[in-house]
Design a protein around this ligand. Structure first.
Ligand SMILES: NC(=O)c1ccc[n+]([C@@H]2O[C@H](COP(=O)([O-])OP(=O)(O)OC[C@H]3O[C@@H](n4cnc5c(N)ncnc54)[C@H](O)[C@@H]3O)[C@@H](O)[C@H]2O)c1
Length: 256
């Protein structure tokens, strides 16, 4: 990395584990972390996650690809053990694996509710727990959970999703309090809508983009770069005194 006037942002020598790294926000954040100097553990359920290897190695960083379903809870610990075996430490965790199944409340099935909450909240917690235990041993670490603006404001067809994200917000605060004495920072990023494979089907619905834009004073959908910038900050030494915070990258949605 080029010399920065704020050297705290330099992530050289750090190891970042990113879930959901095959595409969308996870991939964008993983690549930015690598640009700032971090080696990577890139985790995703999709085999496409393998393709990040060339990009990360092209930046001169090391990468361990883990094709893992984080909903299979014991697989999380195995991934963490393998990461520590290969790299010796994990300094940054970014939990990006997440889904949304938009449904009116009257139509939400038990299966859909479980699918959303099992990944967005339960698997996220056990990723934090497994990596958190390692960070507590190291007496150092940064955890960044992907929440959503929908965890702070209500919106139709978000019963399961918003519940999971509101859960992520409070979980983030609890872990921050418990792990602060171990020098482990736990924060969340809560983006507004971003163009990714997750939101593609939503934006195909006529009128949806305009309806969303009415809520965003900045007048645009967020980019993956907007969110990656927040992740770099929270992963860095510049954020050493920031913990238990939910950083809304929402273009002003919640300022109303
Ligand atoms: N895109 C948005 O508008 C937006 C807004 C706010 C918050 N978010 C949150 O950001 C996170 C990333 O969203 P995105 O838009 O990049 O979604 P995405 O669908 O583009 O990417 C999610 C990734 O998670 C992976 N994944 C899914 N299930 C998994 C599992 N069981 N184990 C491991 N990996 C799994 C997917 O394969 C995919 O690569 C999610 O938590 C989402 O809720 C997204």
């Amino acid at each position: 990395m080029e010399k920065s006037p704020f050297p705290e942002f330099d992530l050289s020598g750090r190891v970042a584990l990113v879930t959901g790294a095959a595409r969308g926000l996870g991939r964008a954040i993983a690549l930015e972390l690598a640009k700032y100097g971090a080696d990577l553990v890139a985790c995703d359920i999709l085999p496409e996650v393998e393709s990040i290897k060339a990009d990360v190695e092209g930046l001169g960083r090391r990468v361990l690809v883990q094709q893992v379903d984080v909903c299979k809870i014991p697989a999380i610990q195995a991934m963490v053990d393998e990461s520590v075996r290969v790299f010796g430490h994990i300094d940054i965790l970014v939990t990006c694996a997440g889904i949304n199944i938009p449904q009116w409340a009257v139509d939400v099935t038990e299966e859909a509710w479980d699918k959303v909450n099992d990944l967005n909240l339960k698997a996220l917690f056990f990723c934090c727990q497994a990596v958190g235990k390692q960070m507590i041993r190291q007496k150092k670490g940064k955890i960044i959970n992907l929440s959503s603006t929908m965890g702070s404001v209500g919106m139709e067809r978000r019963a399961a999703y918003s519940s999971s994200k509101a859960g992520v917000n409070l979980l983030t605060k609890i872990l921050a309090i418990e792990w602060a004495p171990h020098n482990v920072n736990v924060n969340a990023i809560a983006p507004t809508f971003v163009d990714t494979p997750l939101t593609k089907p939503m934006f195909e619905e006529q009128g949806f983009r305009d309806a969303i834009l009415k809520n965003i004073p900045m007048g645009r959908i967020a980019s993956t770069r907007d969110v990656a910038g927040a992740a770099i900050y929270l992963a860095s030494e510049a954020a050493n005194m920031v913990t238990g915070h939910v950083l809304l990258v929402d273009g002003g949605w919640t300022a109303h």
